[in-house]
Design a protein around this ligand. Structure first.
Ligand code: PEP
Ligand code: MN
Length: 363
């Protein structure tokens, strides 16, 4: 449930509500929206306890109302946080209506390969540099990444280009070392429900990009984001990277509907990854354009100076020229649609009807 404070509630009244929540063995999270403090009551409270708890909290000083929320995700919901989350990292801004372009190799293979890619993507307009250091590979015999050596190259590439760098962290015990070198931590599709990892990245002061599990529903994805946010890290970026369906021509199926749907349900920025979604180089640009057309806050793509010789995901990495050409198209589409998505979605507590309509489909 959410406790909505009166507009003239002061710090003392907000503290009064928060300590009452803590006294119940629950955790308060507060957010100020439109000049009012909204306090989310988080924790297992059981249906039987809710009415009495709501009544008790509703009777406290300067509480305007107590609103039940039936969704399992709370802190990531639009109801709690109606305005978009905007994440700033070095010079890059994500979620403010601008176009975020993350580009770089699937795996960092050498300093030269990374620097050549970094210089080219920066020159073409990329805003964030990607590159895998620790690689989650389906086969234990495939290239597993250069590890810490790659983290060092990424940090050097950041210093060289000024672009913030994003790389995947696969295990809780890698979080500190990856956070030491990288600006954004990536959680891969295979780890979307690795709850100890989610909790670990929830405790560091780095934005996290959470890829959708290839077999996860939108609700499971948002619940995974909820783990990170409720552990203390509000800077979460969601990434739609395709889900597994019966289709075999593409590596995955890119769920474009998830982009406007998540924007309706949540305040977190959404990025699309057409490289892993399609697995085919020639399908990347059309799907990047599609993602931006449905309102994605940005795109992540894999780019390599010589994709055919890449040590991982050779078929889906763009050449430097292809990336340059794609950028022109994606920027044009973004310029065309940005006004369409500039109007904030009304997810305020007073207008939950539209959001409620976006529940899971019935078969
Ligand atoms: C990646 O982006 O490097 C990656 C491994 O992607 P995913 O987790 O989506 O497969
Ligand atoms: Mn890859």
């Amino acid at each position: 449930m959410f406790v909505v404070m009166a507009p003239d509630a002061g710090e003392a009244e907000v503290l009064g509500v928060k300590s009452a929540i803590l006294g119940e063995g629950l955790t308060p999270f507060d957010h100020v929206t439109n000049g009012r403090t909204v306090i989310a009551v988080i924790g297992e409270m059981g249906d039987g306890r809710k009415p009495a708890l709501a009544e008790r909290l509703g009777a406290l000083a300067k509480v305007d109302r107590v609103t039940p929320i039936n969704r399992p995700f709370k802190l990531t919901s639009r109801e709690f946080h109606p305005e978009n989350t905007v994440i700033r990292v070095l010079g890059a801004v994500i979620g403010d209506g601008s176009l975020t372009m993350m580009a770089g190799p699937c795996s960092v293979e050498s300093r030269d390969q990374l620097f050549e890619t970094a210089d080219a993507v920066k020159d073409a307009g990329a805003t964030i540099l990607r590159g895998g250091a620790f690689k989650p590979r389906t086969s234990p015999y495939s290239f597993q990444g250069l590890g810490v050596e790659a983290l060092r190259y990424l940090a050097e590439a950041r210093d060289r280009t000024g672009l913030p760098v994003i790389t995947e962290v696969m295990e809780p015990n890698q979080v500190d070392i990856v956070a030491e070198y990288a600006d954004i931590l990536q959680i891969g599709t295979r780890n979307m429900q690795n709850y100890s990892l989610l909790t670990a990245v929830g405790r560091v002061a780095r934005p996290v990009m959470l890829k959708r599990g290839y077999g996860a529903t939108v609700e499971e994805w948002l619940m995974a984001a909820e783990y990170i946010v409720s552990s203390g890290n509000p800077n979460v970026i969601l990434c739609e990277r395709g889900i597994r369906t019966f289709e075999t021509y593409t590596r995955n199926t890119m769920d474009l509907a998830a982009v406007p749907l998540v924007h309706q349900l949540s305040h977190l920025p959404v990025i699309v990854d057409p490289s892993h979604a399609t697995g085919k180089r020639w399908l990347v640009a059309p799907l990047a354009i599609g993602g931006v057309a449905v309102g994605a806050d940005g795109v992540m793509v894999e780019v390599h100076p010589n994709p055919d010789a890449a040590l991982s995901d050779a078929e889906q990495q763009l050449t430097l020229d292809q990336f340059r050409a794609m950028m022109t198209e994606v920027v044009a589409v973004h310029d065309h649609v940005r006004a369409m998505y500039a109007v904030p979605i009304d997810g305020s507590l007073a207008a939950t009807a539209g959001v409620a309509a976006a529940g899971p489909a019935k078969h």
